[in-house]
Design a protein around this ligand. Structure first.
Ligand code: ADP
Ligand code: MG
Length: 240
């Protein structure tokens, strides 16, 4: 579904991604961890071309992300992204937030888009909030709306960049639960998170990054029990 081959990226003279090789298969949940500034967000943002790569090859469901011929909108339609800050439109209702892109981008009619939106609002557990405005919701509810909004585009991949980092502790669990059920339904997911419990329980694979490199990757059981790289050992000592 996603292939990075020898991908490098620079911000000016700063080498932010170094020889990234990564394969994410259909239905797989890959959790990316690592210290702040290690390039996790940048790597994620390259996948839907919010950032461009300097060299190497990046392919998402058969589409060469950085090819001149590539239709960015078509690429992005296949990729849902959920950010730390929910990025909902404050002056639109929950329902309008979710139906906007399906109507504008997919050309769905309003009624069908609203039915789809309600389906996903049920899924994330807040159908009763359809006509509320983001400011009337808790952080956890807003993030669940953001997830429903991503799902309403029926993407092939969902990317999550620290989706619970801006939440009060008591709301983290409800968002992780939604993500877990998504994973169980077979969604392909790449998740940057500091929630090691989620990584242990839900990830098929854990990728540890440091200073722009993938330093180690493996099954969560192996990685957490017996990290090989010294930098991974130090990181886990600090966060666990
Ligand atoms: P992480 O998500 O792991 O914390 P990031 O991918 O956000 O790391 O950032 C990796 C490094 O790239 C950091 O040192 C950061 O300061 C730098 N960086 C991120 N975005 C930019 C940018 N637009 N221009 C220059 N440097 C950037
Ligand atoms: Mg980040």
């Amino acid at each position: 579904m996603i292939t990075f081959r020898n991908v490098n990226k620079h911000y000016g003279s700063f080498h932010v991604l170094k020889d990234i090789n990564l394969e994410v298969n259909q239905g797989e949940v890959v959790v990316v961890i690592g210290p702040s500034g290690s390039g996790k967000s940048t790597m994620l943002r390259c996948i839907n071309r919010l950032e461009t790569i300097s060299d190497g090859e990046l392919i998402v469901s058969g589409i060469k992300v950085n090819d001149k011929q590539t239709d960015i909108n078509k690429l992005r339609r296949n990729i849902g992204m959920v950010f730390q800050h929910f990025n909902l439109y404050p002056h639109k209702t929950v329902l309008q937030n979710i139906t906007l892109a399906p109507i504008k981008v997919l050309g769905e009619d309003k009624k069908k888009a609203e039915e789809t939106a309600m389906y996903y609002l049920e899924k994330v557990g807040i159908p009763d909030k359809a006509n509320s405005y983001p400011s009337q919701l808790s952080g956890g509810q807003q993030q669940r709306v953001a997830i429903a909004r991503g799902l309403a585009m029926k993407p092939q991949v969902m990317l999550f960049d620290e989706p619970t980092s801006a939440l009060d502790p008591e709301m983290i669990g409800e968002v992780l639960e939604v993500m877990k059920s998504l994973a169980q339904e077979g969604m392909t997911m790449v998740v940057v998170t500091h929630e090691m419990g989620f990584a242990k329980e839900v990830a098929n694979r854990v990728v540890f990054m440091d200073e722009g490199r993938i330093v180690e990757e493996g099954k969560p059981a192996d990685f957490f029990a017996n990290p090989q790289a010294e930098r991974a050992q130090l990181f886990l000592k600090r966060v666990l």
